[in-house]
Design a protein around this ligand. Sequence first.
Ligand SMILES: NC(=O)c1ccc[n+]([C@@H]2O[C@H](COP(=O)([O-])OP(=O)(O)OC[C@H]3O[C@@H](n4cnc5c(N)ncnc54)[C@H](OP(=O)(O)O)[C@@H]3O)[C@@H](O)[C@H]2O)c1
Length: 431
Amino acid sequence: MKKIYLGLLGFGNVGSGVVKILRARQSLLRKKLGCDLVLKKVCDKDLVSKRAVCLSRDILISDANQILNDPQIDIVIELIGGIHPAKEYVMQALNKGKYVVTAHKALLAEHGKEIFDLAKEHGKMIYFEASVGAGIPIIRSLKEGLAADRFSRIFGILNGTSNFVLTSMSERKVNFSQALAQAQKYGFAERKPSLDIQGIDSLHKLIVLVYLCFGKLVNLNDIFVDGIEHISLLDVIYGEELGYQIKLLAIAQKEGHELELRVHPTLIPVEHLLAQVKGINNAIYVSSDLAGDLLFFGPGAGSAAAASGVISDLQNAALDLQAGLFRRKIFPIEDNSIKRLRQIDQTQSRYYIRFMVVDRPGVLAAISGILAKFDISIASVTQKERKRAKVVPIVMIVHEVMEKNLRMALKRIERLDVVKQRPVAIRIEQI
Ligand SMILES: NC(=O)c1ccc[n+]([C@@H]2O[C@H](COP(=O)([O-])OP(=O)(O)OC[C@H]3O[C@@H](n4cnc5c(N)ncnc54)[C@H](OP(=O)(O)O)[C@@H]3O)[C@@H](O)[C@H]2O)c1
């Protein structure tokens, strides 16, 4: 039986999951592929730490060149994370004529153009199923399943850590730091969780999804991003009282000739399916003209889930390789009807706003007067905890407003001497 040789870079969480599956499902994969996937070398910086699976000394190495320069290795699996040297390894593998499988959304978001151009130049494919949603087959679905569809919108919960933290705040009524500490304790957040909680990981994944849906690799500095670290328990509770859950959403939507891209915490109605997505789960909504509205849901992280996505890429790469499809073109086609990105200032949304104010007559009138000047109309208003404190929250929902107007109004309101904290404003998504 034909053998296809694999070289794995990174024997960490996902890498060890891949090794486990290749061993445990060897005969299943052989039957499906009609070939043997042979793991020839595994490279990691750390050859000492105990892993979820054991490897013999002749397979586990510390020099990546032994994989990249080995002419027998057909497919390089990159699972080391970090931009450097992952980028150089991927480029080197492509230059050596190898197929590449990676789960690295940050690398694709930041250097996708160079990498995809090089893959095209060499007539090779790069496979990246696990880069978004771990084992949820969203990449394959966008690339191949929805072959002739035109997309108008893709949005969802793309980061398991943030979703775990927000779920914990809602269910256990703990503050952000307590919820994050719990996520770290359970291994759902890294010791340095900034990429996750600041929305950067969701941003990277959004860029990958936008590339697949609209054929554009957008610069990450051109996308508005806001994380969850400033979300307070008060807003989680008040949001729930009003019938909403807070979720970190990544949103791409096409309107006319404009593409609107943003990542931020969002209030969504409790009855919406996305509000039911809890813990480390991810969910992605896709609106397309032919298939309609689709929802993809499942665990967005974890060794087995991510390794499942990597194995599906290996299957595809092995089949392509056997068929000799060196020029298979499943690169996204650019949607030329999109002429520009919509600036965040120009986006419109309903808003939840919380003001912390001195409990004194006339305060509400002062705030609503400024809102009216900026054409912002109030849908509902509640004054909380009167009698108990001198500084009290006023919670408002406002009708759809242009972001620019809201920011100017809030700046003006913040300057009132009765307003004691910077107002909190969270978008309410119409989904
Ligand atoms: N974990 C998930 O659930 C998940 C899901 C989807 C996608 N991904 C992506 O999958 C990739 C791997 O994630 P992971 O969670 O498996 O990370 P991980 O557990 O940190 O594993 C990475 C491994 O690669 C090693 N490494 C780092 N730099 C290296 C180098 N220059 N040469 C050789 N080995 C090197 C690391 O060693 P040290 O620990 O000594 O640095 C570590 O053992 C990342 O791109 C991540 O974004 C992860």
